[in-house]
Design a protein around this ligand. Structure first.
Ligand SMILES: C[S@@+](CC[C@H](N)C(=O)[O-])C[C@H]1O[C@@H](n2cnc3c(N)ncnc32)[C@H](O)[C@@H]1O
Length: 345
């Protein structure tokens, strides 16, 4: 088996390849980090036993199947339920704070059993976390009272206080959603709270991804063990049923949760084709693949789609900035930003 390092793609061939791939797929590969795309091309070349980029170009131009394989692998739609579970705990803590409900008054165990945890992570308490981070990163002279001013300003807290109506539903966008595990995790948390908290607001969850097959899989809602590897017993038992197959067991997500998520297939770098503004946007494990120019373009789309005082959750892998336009970092552990034009932050 050849090694990736043994293959060389010169600049001219690289440009020709991504130009051809754009024609064949409609996707602009210039938007992604070059080393990431190059690695993808090389690993396909190894798979089809080819070490000359010009030969691979011929394969791409004549074989539809190879184009499909290239794109399927390129999208890397690796994901699982409650991935980085403390991001979801923080999300739930923020919701509970707005609802004026104490965590100990609701049943919701997001943390998976130790045997299921990929990495040990300490429990995150949103308010404490935000206080800690703000003390470290922002205006240390500000008092703790400001934290609660900040939390209470969140756009969806105002909606929570209103009488629930379609007009003031809390809108959440999961982008990219891959095979659905992230938006379904959000939906499980919200549905679980809804059944326990009186006057829980209406909400809408939209989930989008570029990969057709991933979206189709998400809509089916049947998952293998890999997707379930970090889900707590509480959520697994409440929202899944087991199905026996020839290869073991699959887990099928409940219809209630499936109906809560609206899936959209789209390339988010060209915009978002739903008409909503969002209170919360989850955008995890995507920006890392984009080049600088595309990040900026995409962040502009995100910024425009957030309501004032809405929240952007970038998650643990993104190491972007302390602020970007009107997006201000409020939790550096989970990379959570608030959209605010105020200079309070
Ligand atoms: C690693 S998954 C992230 C899934 C989920 N957010 C998570 O954190 O587990 C990355 C996803 O980004 C999607 N993607 C890549 N480029 C995209 C684009 N231009 N528009 C929409 N989705 C894109 C891929 O198809 C893939 O499903």
């Amino acid at each position: 088996m050849k090694l990736i390092e043994s293959i060389h793609i010169d600049n001219v061939s690289y440009r020709r390849l991504i130009k051809l791939l754009r024609v064949k797929t409609g996707l602009n590969f210039e938007y992604y980090n070059k080393p990431f795309i190059e690695k993808r091309i090389k690993s396909r070349m190894i798979r089809v036993n080819c070490d000359d980029p010009e030969d691979y170009l011929k394969q791409i131009s004549s074989q539809k199947e190879e184009v499909k394989k290239f794109v399927d692998g390129f999208t890397i739609n690796y994901t699982f339920f409650f991935r980085d579970y403390d991001v979801f705990e923080t999300f739930q803590d923020i919701l509970l704070h707005g609802l004026n409900v104490s965590k100990k008054d609701v049943n919701s165990d997001i943390k998976p059993a130790p045997s299921k945890r990929a990495n040990f992570r300490t429990k995150a308490n949103a308010a404490k976390n935000i206080v800690k981070n703000r003390k470290l990163t922002y205006k240390p002279e500000k008092s703790y009272v400001d934290i609660f001013i900040f939390l209470n300003q969140l756009a969806f807290y105002k909606k929570i206080k209103l009488v629930p109506s379609e007009k003031n539903s809390i809108n959440v966008w999961s982008c990219p959603c891959a095979t659905g595990e992230e938006p379904y995790s959000i939906a499980m948390i919200m549905d679980n709270l809804k059944t326990q908290v009186p006057r829980f607001p209406k909400y809408r969850i939209v989930a989008s991804d570029i990969a057709h097959e991933a979206i189709e899989k998400a809509k089916i809602g049947i998952y293998t063990h890999d997707s379930m590897k970090e889900i707590s017993d509480y959520y697994e038992n409440k929202y899944f049923t087991k199905q026996k197959t020839h290869f073991g067991y699959n887990s099928s997500i409940s219809g209630t949760i499936k109906n809560k998520v609206e899936f959209v297939e789209e390339d988010v770098t060209t915009g978002h084709n739903r008409p909503y503004k969002y209170d919360i946007i989850f955008c995890r494990y995507l920006l890392i693949y984009f080049n600088r120019e595309n990040r900026a373009k995409f962040l502009k789309i995100i910024e425009n789609r957030l309501v004032e005082n809405g929240i952007l959750v970038l998650g643990k892998t993104e190491t972007l900035f302390d602020s970007w336009g009107s997006l201000k970092l409020i939790d550096s552990r989970n990379r959570i930003y608030i959209k605010s034009h105020s200079n309070l932050y």
